[in-house]
Design a protein around this ligand. Structure first.
Ligand code: FPP
Length: 251
């Protein structure tokens, strides 16, 4: 497994996004409830945040709860919401000590009121931190976000705030919940599933995808470093050819 020393600090991805998957299977393999899997997933969250912070990654986005996750059994949804509140409460001091600022993307108004309050307070308390930006995707889905952006955009076109033919990728991005964030350069998914599951559909256009069989509760710093080492071996061409990329890096 990779160590932090094996990583080139000059070639870090600015933004890493993670689909944390496999909590349920991890717990069921141990003969436990799915909720036990989510509880154990918190350690993997902490390890990932620490790894990203130690490396000097600027943005880390974690897919913590999707729009579709509302359809899970009520008991599991409630347990996930309680876990979120307890974890934010427990980890707030550590976020402050490590200079991490907290952000949320998603349909936050659909979250229970106590969760919204707790999150707003934590966001406020960490707002002046200038180390890692930790973004939690909560009640989030890519299609929800694009649809939501289209609604706002349609109103702006109707009210003559923007002309439809002036719209480009950059101006459209400003309507998304990620308006202030750079696009992820690396997307990690755990648990051996090869899917995007409605995550950051617009933003991952050029992200490098990294899949690992590790189930989320077993994910540790070294696994995160493995993904970064793999990312650093990729040639990112953005539609150009290899020779162009090589001559750009020489000039
Ligand atoms: C996916 O595994 C995981 C989730 C839907 C929830 C992720 C939540 C945590 C890691 C805990 C709390 C997070 C924070 C940020 C405090 P799954 O349930 O889909 O697993 P399965 O595919 O094996 O069923």
């Amino acid at each position: 497994m990779a160590t932090i020393e094996s990583i080139n600090k000059e070639k870090l991805p600015i933004h890493v996004a993670v689909i944390m998957d496999g909590n349920g299977r991890w717990a069921q393999r141990k003969g436990n409830s799915r909720i036990f899997g989510h509880q154990n997933g918190v350690l993997a969250v902490r390890q990932t945040v620490e790894a990203a912070s130690e490396l000097g990654i600027q943005y880390l986005t974690l897919y913590a709860f999707s729009t579709e996750n509302w359809n899970r059994p009520r008991e599991e949804v409630n347990a996930l919401m309680s876990l979120l509140i307890n974890t934010i409460e427990k980890e707030l001091d550590s976020l402050l000590e490590n200079n991490v600022s907290l952000h949320i993307i998603g349909d936050t108004e659909s979250l229970p009121e106590d969760v919204q309050k707790q999150l707003s307070a934590a966001i406020e308390k960490t707002r002046n931190n200038n180390g890692l930006n930790l973004v939690l995707a909560l009640s989030y889905s890519g299609r929800w976000e694009i649809l939501n952006a289209m609604r706002k955009l349609a109103l702006d076109v109707k009210n003559n705030k923007i002309q439809a033919n002036e719209l480009g990728c950059d101006s459209f991005s400003q309507y998304l919940t990620t308006a202030d964030l750079p696009d992820p350069e690396l997307l990690i998914r755990t648990s051996g599933e090869y899917r995007i599951s409605n995550f950051l559909l617009w933003q991952i256009a050029y992200a490098e995808l990294y899949f690992t069989d590790i189930l989320w509760p077993d994910f540790r710093k070294e696994h995160f470093f493995d993904a970064i080492v793999d990312f650093q071996k990729r040639e990112r061409r953005f539609g150009k050819i290899s020779e162009q990329i090589n001559s750009e890096s020489v000039n």
